[in-house]
Design a protein around this ligand. Structure first.
Ligand SMILES: [Zn+2]
Length: 446
């Protein structure tokens, strides 16, 4: 008797990610490197699709948001003014016996060390999690620089340059996608907590009296963005940071929480940073970073609303949400039900038999007509049922099969991953048809 499939576990997902080329341990042949992961061919594609979807929706579809691509390195004065040198810290405690270090807020210090079993804790000290490096040929204090721990500071530093170049009026936003680095005391849960990560950050500048309304609006838009790309609303929750427990810059922070297999944790943060950053940078640099409103002849220091989401963390959520198992006659069919917009491979071309020269030639013609603007695979090895399953396991929305009828009437079948229904379609126009289908709204088949 068929039983309901077990829910996705981290072990199942990690195994699929390695087997099918989504995520690899960094430096795997050398035993890995803690808190750092590499993205395989399909992982690279998934991430590019997430980033493109985010950029299209926030930068291209709106007229009030522009993009920025700033450097990872910056003048260390940036981190002095932003408060990171002083405040970008985690509480660190060490076991004097085995010298393992832990985040003091993540373990129970009234108990013995979980590694060696002894009870001999040091005092808690604040550990700065920015990565330090040296610029130029001399390793001395004067040449210290930091790998950025978040992408947003360059947005604040460039605020006036961007605003002037693009002639933006309040309210407007600056979006950026890029790498950030955090020397986390403890890492873990696969690609959840990383030392090298990638962020998609939006800083939305508003008049102070519009900040509360803008916060609510952007929080709603960001939740909808996740839901529209396949995240079940029932798996999401909002967590309002209480007064007194917020980051030093924040007037309000709400985390969008996701119900991960290892517990509810933050997927995305939305913060009202007030005028903290612009004020700090204006003070420290001596430059005027205010916005001049030429209608009212007033100077305004804008408030900024910041929705910030990780490419890594969101790709983990999209993969967890996509993972599905179905009982079928050969055992279990694993299907990654990605939103077609995010699916790494958009289509696969499958010749029904590989020994018929005319059929293979037509298959290659179909394959060539689809390549160029999306990733399309060609698979001719094994029974067609097994080939469908291989594509299901990586979430390919459409399989195109070329069979003997194709040679007679130049039609092929298009198989839909979710409904498994097949329809015949003319070879001429197949590219437009796949593109059309990829743009249709999608809902998960529950
Ligand atoms: Zn110990």
């Amino acid at each position: 008797m068929a039983t309901l499939p077990a829910p996705v576990t981290m072990d199942k997902l990690v195994s699929l990610c390695k087997r099918r080329g989504f995520v690899f341990q960094s430096s795997e042949i050398y035993g890995g490197f803690n808190g750092v992961w590499d993205h395989g061919p399909l992982g690279a594609e998934l991430r590019n699709n997430i980033k493109r979807a985010w950029w299209e929706d926030y930068v291209y579809k709106r007229t009030d948001i522009v993009g920025l691509d700033s450097a990872i390195l910056a003048n260390p004065a940036v981190w002095q003014a932003s408060g990171h040198l002083e405040n970008f810290t985690d509480p660190l405690v060490e076991c004097r016996n085995c010298h393992n270090r832990f985040r003091a807020d993540q373990i129970d210090l009234t108990r013995n060390c979980t590694v060696c079993g002894k009870f001999d804790w040091t005092d808690i000290k604040q550990f700065n999690t920015m990565f330090k490096t040296f610029v130029g040929p001399v390793e001395e204090e004067a040449s210290v620089a930091y790998l950025r721990p978040e992408t947003c500071q360059a947005i604040f530093v460039n605020f006036r340059l961007v605003q002037g170049a693009m002639r933006k009026k309040l309210p407007f936003g600056i979006a950026q996608i890029g790498k950030a680095f955090r020397n986390e005391i403890t890492t873990g849960n696969f690609i959840f907590r990383l030392r090298e990560l990638e962020q998609m950050e939006l800083e939305y500048f508003v008049r102070p009296d519009q900040a509360d309304a803008a916060f609510e609006e952007l929080l709603g838009i960001n939740v909808e963005w996740l839901v529209n790309h396949g995240v079940r609303r029932s798996k999401l929750d909002l967590y309002e940071h209480p007064e007194g427990a917020r980051a030093h810059y924040s007037r309000r922070t709400v985390d969008i929480m996701y119900d991960f297999p290892f517990g509810k944790s933050e997927l995305q943060g939305v913060a009202n940073r007030g005028d903290f950053d612009l004020t700090q940078h204006a003070k420290a640099s001596g430059r005027d970073l205010d916005y001049f409103d030429d209608e009212t002849n007033e100077k305004v220091t804008p408030y900024v609303i910041e929705p910030s989401i990780g490419v890594d963390r969101s790709s983990l959520v999209f993969m967890l949400e996509a993972y599905d198992e179905e009982a079928d006659k050969d055992g279990v069919r694993t299907v990654m039900r990605f939103h077609p917009r995010l699916a790494p491979v958009k289509a696969a071309v499958l010749p029904l038999v590989k020994k018929d020269a005319a059929l293979v030639a037509l298959s290659h013609e179909v394959f060539a007509s689809l390549r160029g603007e999306m990733l399309v695979l060609y698979d001719e090895s094994g029974a067609v049922g097994r080939r469908y399953r291989r594509q299901d396991e990586i979430g390919t929305p459409y399989c195109i099969t070329v069979d003997s009828q194709s040679l007679e009437d130049r039609t092929v079948t298009i198989r839909d991953r979710d409904s498994m229904q097949q329809v015949r379609f003319p070879v001429e126009g197949i590219r437009d048809e796949i593109n059309r289908r990829l743009r249709l709204p999608w809902t998960r088949p529950d």
